[in-house]
Design a protein around this ligand. Structure first.
Ligand code: FES
Length: 107
């Protein structure tokens, strides 16, 4: 299976502790710029299927802007309720300031 990475954003366009939603293969993916690196997760809170974009990022954690569930961006794991399911994560490749995400395989 080919490992295709698609360029989705540039680091200079996303401030530290901010995120940007991009669309890739019909999926909304949130690119998060943290002080521990760049991470890509599905832009959909597992609590109520609402975008996580705009959620507060502290270190490598993001809190949902709606009800405050917290997720670890490094592995998508849920850290606090009301969400109970982890987020999908996507592999990221950085070249210079260019951010690429591994193309999701359709399920
Ligand atoms: S929609 Fe995210 S915690 Fe409820």
């Amino acid at each position: 299976m080919s490992e295709e990475f698609i360029r989705v954003a540039d680091i200079t366009d996303i401030e530290l502790n901010q995120s940007q939603s991009v669309e890739l293969s019909g999926l909304d993916i949130l690119i998060c710029h943290t002080n521990n690196g760049i991470f890509a997760v599905e832009d959909k809170c597992s609590h109520a299927d609402i975008p996580l974009c705009g959620g507060q990022i502290i270190d490598n954690f993001i809190s949902c802007p709606v009800h405050g569930a917290v997720f670890d961006l490094t592995d998508g794991s849920v850290q606090s309720p009301p969400a109970f399911e982890d987020l999908k994560t996507y592999e990221v490749k950085i070249e210079g300031t260019s951010i690429s995400v591994k193309k999701p395989v359709s399920e």
